[in-house]
Ligand binder design. Sequence first.
Ligand SMILES: *[C@@H]1O[C@H](CO)[C@@H](O)[C@H](O)[C@H]1NC(C)=O
Ligand SMILES: *[C@@H]1O[C@H](CO)[C@@H](O)[C@H](O)[C@H]1NC(C)=O
Ligand SMILES: *[C@@H]1O[C@H](CO)[C@@H](O)[C@H](O)[C@H]1NC(C)=O
Ligand SMILES: *[C@@H]1O[C@H](CO)[C@@H](O)[C@H](O)[C@H]1NC(C)=O
Ligand SMILES: *[C@@H]1O[C@H](CO)[C@@H](O)[C@H](O)[C@H]1NC(C)=O
Length: 196
Amino acid sequence: MALLRRFDLSLFVLFLLAMFLLSCQIRADDEKEQLLQDLNKYRASLNLSALKENDNADCLADQLAQQYKSQPCSNTTGADTVPGTETQFSNYPDLLAHCKLNTTDTRDGQIMPACVPGLVPSQVLSNYTKTQYNSYLNDSQYTGSGIGSEGNWIVVVLTTDTSSGNFAPATSLAPKIDVTCSLLTLLLGFCLLLVS
Ligand SMILES: *[C@@H]1O[C@H](CO)[C@@H](O)[C@H](O)[C@H]1NC(C)=O
Ligand SMILES: *[C@@H]1O[C@H](CO)[C@@H](O)[C@H](O)[C@H]1NC(C)=O
Ligand SMILES: *[C@@H]1O[C@H](CO)[C@@H](O)[C@H](O)[C@H]1NC(C)=O
Ligand SMILES: *[C@@H]1O[C@H](CO)[C@@H](O)[C@H](O)[C@H]1NC(C)=O
Ligand SMILES: *[C@@H]1O[C@H](CO)[C@@H](O)[C@H](O)[C@H]1NC(C)=O
């Protein structure tokens, strides 16, 4: 009897875990998918090719979003940054290396961070299409993209078809689920171990 109950409990926790993982995955991908769709609609309206998803650029965008996360939005950050005063992260080479990238294959890419409270889709889109970033989005030189988001920040990385901007080497092994989700999932998994 006790054995049965314990079995039921671990099944239940397993079920919770599965549901949780699923919802994390969907939520984390939501605003990125939305922005990519919106950007590609915009590109289509200009007769430009759709941006293809680039896994390494995705990885770098995620890493950068995590760096920006703790910074508050202001009228001099994100899309409002004065050109030439972009935030420099001293660990940028590490972020590149983490995504199996280096300065050679990313040189011609573009990094475009935006800060929008709540990441409201329409405001996010206009932060790209109605700002300095527009001159990159309407450029046929860029053919691929990666998007990452954390908190109020979203980062779009544009890639080119050339060896100096195609973010090429090896498919990245970086996880696609965000850190909070992974941690919570780990915790739930640990609970499962405890009850079983
Ligand atoms: C896009 O292409 C269509 C058909 O070729 C043309 O009618 C339209 O003016 C073009 N739009 C732009 C923004 O170039
Ligand atoms: C940014 O906001 C500050 C204070 O709210 C204001 O003084 C400044 O003029 C603004 N700068 C721009 C570029 O809008
Ligand atoms: C960057 O990576 C490419 C491909 O892995 C390699 O050929 C190149 O030498 C690297 N460049 C630097 C500066 O590390
Ligand atoms: C960008 O987003 C900020 C924050 O939501 C908003 O205040 C600003 O108007 C947006 N900029 C554009 C050009 O849409
Ligand atoms: C691209 O955007 C820039 C800046 O908004 C603008 O000056 C330029 O005319 C645009 N080019 C095209 C082809 O739409």
